[in-house]
Design a protein around this ligand. Structure first.
Ligand code: GAL
Ligand code: MG
Length: 944
């Protein structure tokens, strides 16, 4: 028996036609109903009684799953119920909300509004049914004039967990329900304005509304015009100040009628595509440095306050972003007001995703089988709802300058219903571009205005950039999957965007991790009782953590997007201004030279460089002799905030060091001994590592040093994990369960010569090596290593020597790349210099614990009384945790520091990539060498 809410032809009742968003002022009243409501939850909607006797309390806006009514559930593609449209589960939970509100006087028209309610709502005023709406993230307005009375009134909202519209809302997120955005009442004069459309271009503001009203336009407080208009009005602005994301100038437009005032802030700008398929904003070619934004909060689910949204947008600006895609539904209109004001280009996406149809059949490969005619996008009975969701978005948001593209939704296959949505949109608003990734995937690219792809490789991107088959801007609606440690490819994508006019940039997936904090621990799919299907931690894929704190990947994106690119040759520094509308003279540009990490004098300049222009500077520097290196550093700042930093190596000579004489070593059956003034070392001949290093009477080691090749796999390593780790009985090198074997170990000419191997359990050795160790009279240990990796082995996570040091090594200093962790494909965020750190600062609290804390190009690492040195540089890692411990833990509270300091002196560590959803790690970032030679020294810091 079909229920009313399963009828796809009946998706609203008495809901008003969509209109542009405004909160009317003047004589009109705005009554925000956020706050405490009565609430009653029922497992089945059929159990809701005529009269509810027992009420709980709930805060609005909220998600009821976070108030103890049901548990959260995270599912990405799979529907959390059978794929049997339009039917939803028979037992459909229902939350009933009720509260009172006061109308001081009964006058004019009264409206009830929802900005977001999931999945659908039945509205009652004073116990009388008013209407019905679905489309969770779209505004819904009801005329309740007839239902209200002067004085105290009652509003009751019945919200169902599911309805047929749920099939269109299969976005990759935690599934929540309730009134999750503002809900309010408007009381307005009879004969008020309904809709207002304001169409700007580079010089005109064109206003369309029904009937007569008074209009005024002002700029920065100065009234430019004030007049009466009838239906339409065009104002030609003298010396117009255009809107763009860098300089978001807004004009104030006020319409008045019947004592009511409607205020709009309008940006003058044009959006065009050049004949080279560039994206032109006000005629200027712009690259989109974007990110995908979901509304998500670590305690409140889908509810973000205005302040929280504003903070997100301001952080984006700090990170040099200029674009945001509202994935995968429209935000609250206030978000758009903020984007206009703060300056961000927006891809505004409507509330449609039907990804779960991919999984409606078992055992079928992942593809959008549109021929089946099962998909809502191609099923005519769903057409009304598709077009309506587009219409509701466009009508609500049409006046925002920030919106440069309308998007039909996400991952829904491509069918006639998209075509209908696009046709409707083109007719309604041809001032913006239309985005439909589904059309590009289906290779019906000309149905939309941009060729949009997600997670393609560098090669595919370059191919799209040059092929004559794609005659439109190329946009990556998603790239650089920011899950866990990463993204490792964001800089390179942006280098490619910059290379080709047709590539207009893209949006990183995604802004922040989606988690539910429980007792200080971030929880994700599978952590909640009763989840019938879940996708684990796949929603913890943010560029910033759930509390919006930064990780190295955040800084790498910032570097990829930064306003300048510099290069340095023969003492000449070139600075290119990547900004589109801002001269670099609005920033301070500073440079300085560092010799061995010691900072020289800072020179701060005001560089007069127009957008997309370059300036060159002579850098005064004469080649010096030093120990570690010489670097030219630059920084771009504005109002104490840093927006860019770059670094270039300058030429230098390395100080000659005199090598000390060798120490005479002694041995017994299993050990070799080395001792001198202030030090005593013991080397194990059977383990092939140091078991004790005492300096000034203090033991430095808490375990035996050893070679290892494993890392606690990252989210991006997931596909490699079965090849590296002991995940199943047949596939892996089992590096996580490795055995070291010493075949030979002798003293020869005062050196320790050793041959050994490393092998995963059940496997033939993956590594065969020779090691030569010389210890000097002063106690410096010189280690030389030659290794061969089995020819048929896959690429490896890393290779290096692990030392377990005592707690005294917790605080340390180094000369190398920092302060942020860095990997060969994520190193633009970190520059080479002298740093101090400690194990607590090195820890990065990825939701799913994993490899972190690497530093490249390290020439000196000083901890406790030991100093690791290398002229060529090594990669190092200092951690409270063993690789094993990190690898085993699935949540941050499952980590157990053992009190020691775990140090890796690595020959090489593979890059990070973004293979958790993106392409495989490019070969150049894989550690796939089969022959390895490396050397380093351990110097003791014995006090003379
Ligand atoms: C994309 C999708 C996003 C998200 C991402 C993986 O395919 O559009 O919504 O699921 O993959 O994190
Ligand atoms: Mg999806």
């Amino acid at each position: 028996m079909m229920r009313a809410y399963e009828n796809i032809q009946f998706t609203s009742e008495n809901r008003k036609s969509p209109r542009s968003y405004y909160i009317p002022g003047g004589c009109s009243q705005y009554l925000l109903l956020n706050g405490e409501w009565k609430f009653a939850y029922f497992n089945r909607d059929i159990d809701v009684p005529e009269k509810i006797k027992q009420w709980d309390k709930i805060n609005v806006p909220s998600c009821w799953q976070l108030y103890g009514y049901e548990n959260p559930n995270y599912t990405n593609i799979n529907y959390p119920y059978p794929c049997d449209p339009p039917y939803v589960p028979t037992d459909n939970p229902c939350g009933v909300y009720e509260r009172e509100f006061e109308l001081e006087k009964k006058w004019g028209k009264v409206y009830y509004l929802f900005e977001g309610v999931s999945s659908c709502a039945y509205l009652y005023i004073n116990d009388t049914y008013v209407g019905f709406t679905q489309g969770s993230h779209l505004q819904a307005e009801f005329d309740i004039t007839e239902y209200v009375k002067e004085g105290t009134n009652k509003v009751t909202v019945k919200v169902l967990k599911w309805c047929c519209g749920s099939y269109l809302e299969d976005q990759d997120f935690l599934r929540f329900n309730g009134i999750f955005r503002d809900t309010y009442i408007l009381q307005r004069p009879f004969g008020h304005i309904e809709d207002v459309e304001i169409i700007p271009n580079k010089k005109n503001i064109h206003i369309v509304s029904e009937g007569a009203c008074e209009v005024s336009i002002a700029f920065e407080g100065e009234v430019l015009v004030q007049t009466q208009m009838e239906n339409e009005f065009t104002y030609e602005v003298e010396n117009p100040v255009l809107w763009n994301a860098e300089k978001p100038a807004l004009y104030d437009v006020v319409l008045k009628r019947e004592g009511e005032e409607l205020k709009f802030r309008i940006g003058l700008r044009t959006i065009e595509v050049s004949n080279q398929y560039e994206l032109l904003i006000n005629g200027m070619s712009v690259k989109l440095h974007g990110v995908n934004h979901h509304d998500t909060h670590q305690y409140n689910g889908w509810c973000q306050t205005d302040e929280e949204l504003r903070k997100d947008l301001l952080l984006m600006k700090e990170l040099n972003m200029n674009c945001v895609r509202t994935a995968h539904y429209p935000p609250t209109p206030k978000f758009m007001e903020m984007c206009d004001e703060i300056g961000l280009y927006v891809i505004c996406e409507t509330d449609i995703e039907t990804h779960g149809f991919l999984r409606r059949l078992p055992n079928v490969e992942y593809h959008f089988d549109m021929d089946s005619n099962d998909w809502p996008a191609s099923t005519l009975e769903w057409q009304g709802e598709h077009v309506e969701r587009m219409e509701r978005m466009v009508e609500t948001f049409k006046n925002y300058a920030s919106i440069i593209m309308w998007s039909t939704g996400n991952e829904s296959g491509h069918g006639v219903n998209h075509v209908a949505m696009i046709r409707w949109t083109r007719n309604r608003d041809n001032s913006r571009l239309i985005h439909c990734e589904d059309a590009s995937r289906k290779q019906q690219i000309h149905n939309a205005d941009v060729y949009s792809r997600m997670y393609i490789t560098f090669e595919e991107l370059e191919k799209a950039a040059v092929t004559k088959d794609i005659c439109m801007p190329v946009f990556l609606c998603e790239y650089s999957h920011a899950m866990g440690n990463g993204p490792g490819d964001v800089y390179e994508y942006n280098e490619i965007f910059d290379k080709y006019p047709k590539l207009i940039g893209g949006c990183i997936w995604e802004w922040t991790d989606h988690v539910v904090m429980v007792d200080g621990v971030a929880k994700y799919g599978g952590d909640f009782e009763g989840e019938l299907t879940n996708d684990g931690n796949f929603c913890c894929d943010g560029l910033v953590f759930a509390d919006r704190s930064f990780k190295a990947g955040t800084m790498e994106a910032k570097a990829a997007f930064q306003p300048i690119r510099t290069s340095c040759e023969d003492g000449v520094l070139s600075v290119y201004n990547r900004l589109d509308f801002t001269n670099l003279n609005e920033y301070d540009f500073t440079y300085w030279v560092e010799v061995d990490g010691v900072k020289g004098e800072e020179v701060t300049l005001n560089l007069d460089v127009a957008p997309h222009e370059t300036v060159t500077l002579e850098i005064p520097y004469t080649e010096t002799t030093c120990q570690y290196g010489v670097y030219l550093n630059t920084r771009l700042t504005k109002a104490d905030k840093e927006y860019a930093q770059t670094q270039h190596e300058l030429s230098y000579k390395v100080e000659e060091t005199v090598s000390e004489a060798s120490l005479t070593l002694t041995e017994d059956q299993y050990h070799i001994y080395a001792s001198g003034e202030g030090f005593q070392y013991v080397f194990s001949k059977i383990y092939g590592g140091f078991t004790s290093m005492i300096v000034d009477g203090v033991e430095q080691l808490a375990g035996t040093s050893k070679f290892s090749m494993f890392r606690a796999t990252t989210d991006n390593d997931a596909k490699m994990r079965p090849f590296w780790a002991n995940v199943n009985i047949w596939q892996g090198e089992n590096l996580d369960c490795a055995f070291t074997k010493v075949y030979e170990c002798d003293i020869c000419d005062d050196k320790i010569l050793l041959k050994g191997s490393l092998a995963g359990i059940s496997r033939k050795p993956v590594l065969l090596y020779d090691m030569e160790i010389r210890i000097t009279v002063g106690g410096t240990v010189e280690i030389g290593f030659n290794g061969k990796i089995r020819e048929d082995a896959t690429w490896m996570p890393r290779l290096g020597m692990e030392f377990t040091l005592t707690e005294q090594a917790s605080a340390f200093s180094y000369y190398g790349r920092g302060p942020w962790e860095n990997y060969c494909d994520m190193s633009h965020c970190a520059s080479i210099g002298a740093y101090e750190s400690d194990v607590d600062s090195e820890y990065v609290n990825y939701v799913y614990p994993q490899e972190h804390g690497n530093h490249m190009n390290v020439k000196r690492l000083t901890l406790g009384k030991l100093e690791f040195q290398s002229e060529d540089g090594f990669e190092c890692n200092v951690s409270k945790y063993t690789i094993d411990d990190l690898d085993r833990a699935k949540h941050t509270d499952e980590l157990h520091p053992d009190g020691n300091v775990h140090v890796r002196i690595d020959y090489k560590v593979s890059g990070l990539g973004t293979a958790s959803c993106g392409p495989d790690l490019p070969e150049k970032y894989r550690f796939s060498e089969k022959e390895v030679t490396y050397r380093f020294k351990i110097v003791n810091l014995h006090k003379e």
